[in-house]
Design a protein around this ligand. Structure first.
Ligand code: OAA
Ligand code: MG
Length: 220
């Protein structure tokens, strides 16, 4: 769930931060495995994602199920404003996201989806301008191949632990997870680093060498 503080926080992150600088700060805190797998890309390069994780557990199945899609619709229907639907990979290549999931998410005020797999209905999702991050387009249906077995529980996506409410940041360079317990510290330090990086670039644009700039400002 988002709070008024979240609204401000998300706006600040959107305006001033990007995954590279946030990842650098996580590294300095010893949180060195917070980026999701590099195959997870934005549907459109300029798409940015900032929100709170609503993890969903997708399990692999084979053939018709007693409850088709498992708890997929229930998981979607309880999304809160500011949340990001996020789900880990399965072995079979299937679309884990599409138009109807997008429509429901938008209706609920969710701000994006991250799937460690494919998405489909791409033309329609693009039309809806909803930030979806995944491997790419592939229309093989998830029905008869997956069920959602649980949601709003911790999951691992590409080895990264995602706990409900964790901050998810995505852009053209990928997606990372900021654990809530270090969130305030990470965002404050990332804002400082981003502003120093701007100073460094201006100095280099004005003729300073990379070596001198690194010696002077200590960031790269
Ligand atoms: O069936 C699915 O999993 C995805 C889909 O087509 C939709 O959301 O419209
Ligand atoms: Mg569809």
């Amino acid at each position: 769930m988002t709070t008024s503080t979240d609204t401000e926080l998300f706006a600040t992150i959107r305006a001033q931060l990007y995954t590279a600088v946030v990842g650098d700060i996580l590294d300095t805190l010893g949180r060195t495995h917070q980026f999701l797998p590099p195959e997870i890309r934005p549907l459109r390069p300029e798409m940015k994602l900032v929100g709170r994780a609503m993890p969903s557990v997708t399990s692999e199945v084979h053939g018709p199920q007693k409850k088709p899609f498992g708890f997929l619709t229930e998981a979607l229907d309880q999304l809160e404003p500011g949340e990001v639907y996020i789900t880990p990979r399965i072995v079979q290549p299937v679309a884990l996201w599409g138009e109807i999931l997008t429509a429901t998410s938008q209706q609920r005020g969710a701000v994006g989806a991250v799937v460690d797999g494919y998405y489909r209905d791409t033309a329609q999702v693009l039309e809806r301008d909803f930030p979806v991050f995944g491997w790419g387009t592939y229309a093989q249906d998830s029905s008869v191949r997956t069920v959602v077995s649980d949601y709003r529980v911790p999951v691992r996506v590409g080895g990264v632990l995602v706990t409900p409410g964790d901050l998810i940041i995505g852009d053209i360079d990928g997606v990372l997870v900021v654990p809530q317990e270090v969130e305030a510290e990470v965002i404050e330090a990332a804002l400082a680093k981003a502003s120093t990086e701007n100073v460094v670039c201006k100095a280099i644009d004005a003729g300073m060498s990379a070596t001198e700039a690194f010696a002077t400002y200590g960031v790269l």
